[in-house]
Design a binder for this molecule. Structure first.
Ligand code: HEC
Length: 197
């Protein structure tokens, strides 16, 4: 008579498979809720959309040992203070523009996307824009006519994607809001544009 060890029996493995699947399912539900609370606007790491009314900086935090976004004084985008609803509508329009024009085909946003062009997470704070006084206008002009304005050292040019002025302004709002997200120090060692104290 053949004797099967308990660990080799079919019923043991069937039960194990059921328990592992059920356990993973519960863990995934927990992680989904845990993640939602960390990626939703208006939570600890992700400011509400009206943050585009404020100055945003990126400074080294000694305790956490990496750079973190710091939200500062009143500094409305395009000089116009927006309500929470107006800011949300503008940022959403910008986000939809980046999706419609498939910016991720070349760029990364929060680290996701392609590595042909620079990461856009902190592009709002890029010293390439010269000074904060002209940045907003330069970004709008760049997005509408990027092929004329090579400013990085890779020699790669961004093509003209037929972005309207309205879409460009909304995209700048989206990029400003994105720069305020606490990304655990990503991108690392980024030197932000110099802003007055
Ligand atoms: C076909 C590839 C491609 C696509 C698609 C693309 N870009 Fe670019 N983008 C580039 C390249 C290359 C550069 C660097 C050009 C330069 O420095 O002049 C660049 C530069 C930029 C910069 C300047 C970054 C900085 O910090 O200096 C911004 C902002 C930008 N792109 C935004 C966008 C947005 C928003 C979209 C989508 C609407 C987009 N790009 C789609 C290739 C692309």
């Amino acid at each position: 008579m053949s004797h099967t060890e308990w660990w080799a029996s079919e019923s043991f493995w069937r039960k194990t498979a059921i328990w592992v699947t059920a356990g993973s399912f519960v863990a995934l539900i927990f992680l989904t809720f845990d993640t939602m609370s960390q990626i939703t606007a208006g939570t600890k790491r992700v400011p509400t959309y009206s943050v585009i009314n404020k100055r945003i900086d990126y400074v080294f935090d000694k305790q956490r040992n990496f750079q973190v976004p710091v939200i500062g004084v009143e500094e409305p985008l395009f000089g116009k203070r927006l309500t929470e609803e107006e800011a949300e509508a503008l940022v959403s329009h910008g986000k939809l523009t980046t999706q419609a024009k498939n910016c991720m085909n070349c760029h990364t946003l929060l680290g996701n996307g392609a590595y042909y062009a620079p990461d856009l997470t902190k592009s709002w704070l890029d010293p390439m824009w010269g000074s904060p006084a002209v940045r907003e206008q330069l970004m709008v002009e760049f997005l509408m006519n990027p092929q004329d304005k090579l400013h990085n050292i890779t020699g790669r040019k961004m093509p003209n994607l037929g972005i309207t002025e309205e879409e460009a302004r909304a995209t700048v709002a989206f990029l400003k809001w994105m720069s305020s997200i606490d990304t655990n120090g990503f991108p690392n060692n980024f030197k932000p544009i110099k802003q007055e104290n």
